[in-house]
Design a protein around this ligand. Structure first.
Ligand SMILES: Cc1cc2nc3c(=O)[nH]c(=O)nc-3n(C[C@H](O)[C@H](O)[C@H](O)COP(=O)(O)O)c2cc1C
Length: 197
């Protein structure tokens, strides 16, 4: 059984358009995948403030990688496919997704780094798939679109083999009928991508 890790950053929950893409993808996923979901709308994760930073450094210095603090990192490292569903916020990813990535970025679990600064990714996933919707007229590849370049860099860092995006944009700026048409097309693309796995 392969492991699909679903990093669900659809913060608006049931009214989220991005969640519609995730639902379409997951409904078409072939057998042979066990799905684990992390709900970033509610998960108990926090950014590193001073106290959290030093507490985490202490655990790392003591080699305590078995601490529950590193559970999310181990889960990510063990996934075969990483599915991220996240709306486009402030020209990039929502802070909850950045916080998740900060929490899973752990030397010895998701990457390793030697004394010369050479790094190697330790994640086994063959790819990350980003499902996203954008309010403004910001197509894939636009210089205003900073979610994809950042997540691609994270994949390279963690050793995740490939990266693909399924997106719909203009959700808040196009007339409702056109926005709906684009969302339905993206849902179809998400289903087809899932079926190809
Ligand atoms: C806090 C917040 C920030 C946003 N920032 C942007 C932005 O920078 N650019 C953009 O095109 N849309 C932005 N949007 C609009 C969303 O990308 C758009 O409504 C998207 O479809 C929401 O996805 P959801 O329905 O899955 O929550 C923002 C929306 C919110 C709530």
């Amino acid at each position: 059984m392969k492991k699909l890790l679903f990093v669900d950053c659809c913060i608006r929950g049931e009214v989220s358009r991005t969640k519609q893409l995730a639902d379409a993808f997951l409904s078409a996923l072939p057998g042979g995948y066990a799905t684990e979901r992390v709900d970033l709308g509610t998960a108990d994760i926090f950014p590193l403030d001073r106290a959290r930073y030093f507490a985490r450094e202490k655990l790392l210095d003591e080699g305590k990688l078995g601490d529950p603090l590193f559970g999310y990192a181990k889960q990510l490292a063990a996934a075969d496919i990483v599915l991220v569903a996240a709306p486009f916020w402030d020209m990039g990813i929502p802070a909850r997704l950045k916080t998740y990535l900060e929490n899973v970025s752990i030397a010895g679990i998701t990457f390793s780094c030697d004394a010369e600064g050479n790094y190697e990714g330790l994640c086994r996933a063959e790819r990350m798939i980003l499902l996203t919707t954008r309010g403004m007229e910001i197509p894939d590849g636009s210089e205003m679109e900073q979610a994809t370049p950042y997540l691609k860099a994270i994949c390279k860092f963690f050793g995740i083999g490939g990266f693909e995006t399924v997106s719909a944009w203009g959700m808040d700026t196009q007339p409702p009928a056109e926005a709906e048409k684009r969302l339905l097309l993206a849902a179809k693309n998400a289903r087809e991508l899932a079926m190809s796995l």
